[in-house]
Design a protein around this ligand. Structure first.
Ligand code: PGA
Length: 252
């Protein structure tokens, strides 16, 4: 099995309260004892209401915390109900997920995501940038062109692109228990890496995670695709057992 650094990122979505620290605690105990832990990076993107509490309560830095979205304006301002990247930074977030399809479907455009990326970079947050096609776009053979326009529409050369990790999340795979076929997935992950390098004239290939219905069963198949640098895990990250089983089975 690989010795490359792999990311296991949880996207808790709208889930959790202070009592959910027990989930964090169990994951922390598991990772502290794991011999592979130096090759594993765990990031939990929890609701903003919990970032500071979890970070303070967790005595180690085995787990990093992130947010799931942000306001595009970086400081303080007249945006009722919004949370800026400055505020996320101050509560201890290291990461922010941007471009998630659940936000795109609420009207978030590539242009708005670009502003959010700029804002996150201004606070030196790491970004998990989600890209991926809908079922309709897949059926119309538009997967590659959709991803390319998401890359081109939200990123630019003068950004600190090293802070960006991609998450390929086909929209039809989120919460559906369906994942792409291995060959197809490998091809798309390679495409994202190479296309990004080519468009932005970067030497190093970026990291690309896979997200969409990742669970302890399909992880063995996903583990066979070496190009995948980790996983963005939604509902299965809301349970310590399911999340830990994914990591265990990945390294089996
Ligand atoms: P899922 O969600 O693992 O529940 O499919 C993934 C995501 O939305 O990031």
């Amino acid at each position: 099995m690989t010795n490359k650094l792999k990311y296991f990122v949880g996207n808790w979505k709208m889930f959790g309260d202070f009592g959910s620290f027990k989930i964090i605690n169990k994951i922390n105990q598991y990772i502290s004892r794991n011999k592979k832990s130096k090759n594993i990076k765990i990031v939990l993107c929890v609701p903003n209401t919990l970032i500071h509490f979890f970070r303070e309560k967790l005595k180690t830095r085995n787990i990093l915390f992130g947010a799931q979205n942000c306001q595009h304006y970086h400081g303080y301002g007249p945006f009722t109900g919004s949370i800026s990247t400055l505020m996320l930074k101050k509560v201890g977030a290291n990461f922010v997920i941007l471009g998630h399809s659940e936000n795109r479907s609420e009207g978030e455009t590539n242009k708005l995501i670009k502003k959010k990326i700029k804002s996150a970079l201004s606070q030196k947050l790491n970004i998990i940038f989600c890209v991926g096609e809908t079922l309709k776009q897949k059926r119309a053979n538009k997967t590659f062109s959709v991803i390319r326009s998401q890359l081109k529409g939200s990123l630019e050369n003068k950004m600190n692109l090293k802070k960006i990790i991609f998450a390929y999340e086909p929209v039809w795979s989120i919460g559906t228990n369906k994942i792409p076929k291995a060959k197809e997935l490998q091809k798309i992950i390679r495409f994202i890496k190479k296309d990004f390098r080519q468009i932005f004239k970067i030497n190093k290939l970026p990291l690309v995670l896979y997200g969409g219905s990742v669970n302890s069963k399909n992880i063995s198949l996903l583990a066979s695709i070496d190009e995948i640098d980790g996983f963005l895990i939604g509902s299965a990250s809301q349970s310590s057992k399911k999340f830990i089983d994914i990591i265990k089975n990945y390294y089996k």
